[in-house]
Design a protein. Sequence first.
Length: 340
Amino acid sequence: MLVLGVESSCDETGIALYDTERGLLSHALHSQVDMHAEYGGVVPELASRDHIRRVLPLTERTLKEANKTLQDIDAIAYTQGPGLSGALLVGTSFAESLAFSLQIPTISVHHLEGHLLAPLLEDNPPAFPFVALLVSGGHSQLMRVDGIGEYQLLGDTLDDAAGEAFDKTAKLLGLGYPGGPALARLAENGHPRFKLPRPLLNSGDLNFSFSGLKTAVLTLTNKHQPLDEATKADIAWEFQEAVTELLTIKCMSALRETGLDRLVVSGGVGANSKLREKLNAATSRKLCQVSYPRLEFCTDNGAMIAFAGAMRLKAMQTNDLQNHHFSVKPRWNLAELQKP
């Protein structure tokens, strides 16, 4: 079965074709980073308008690269939520109207399920069950994943997500948007000069908290005004060290508590090289396996939506398929998902 995937939850338009027998055939992505950089963050109305401009050309490009036509598509998977309402509406209306015209089914996909399953696109995918760290600009969660639609929340952020904390700290340091990658690059020139707190490190649970860490950075930057480049780099180094240490320790605790030996890391912060370095070292010491999606699939993309949709399609009964009436779910708890 050939599944077209459509992702439009925020500031990236992603299209992909996934074949259940041959794997990922092609994918295309347009990022709106340059457009939103002028405003220091995502402007929802601009994001929606740009999705409208991009979704059809990207679909045509993806089909051409795979040497396929619209008539070859067996189903269309799209992100129903969570995300920005207007942005979700673009992808949803495009997918449903195209599917209606082709008389093929649709599969509405939870954005976070796409991220959770993205590492399964790799050549040596992890087997179920595993612990998943979903870490991005909007989410910092630890999940137990027993199969498609079988997700148990182990730990969540009580305030800011890790990616959000990266962006806010980058802004305090006068860095551009998006702040996370810029801060990571600056940290490469830093040294262990300062000491920031590790919130909830010894809380006895698997929850996260990053707002206090951000406040500690604010206090530090105010104390050292005006900031020179060396001080900025040293603060960035320590901030990244604190976040990656927290994430690593909580991940290892989750593996120990669940008795599992496989860890999957997904989401934009999963591309952070320092985090990967720490997790690789920690899992190696405990003889555990850690898996990541390739860097291009850490951030939002159509491939993960096409794959998640294909996995659900394979398990669905014919009468469970979408009947071309749609809605979006800007707020959608992953725990609400059920097995196909």
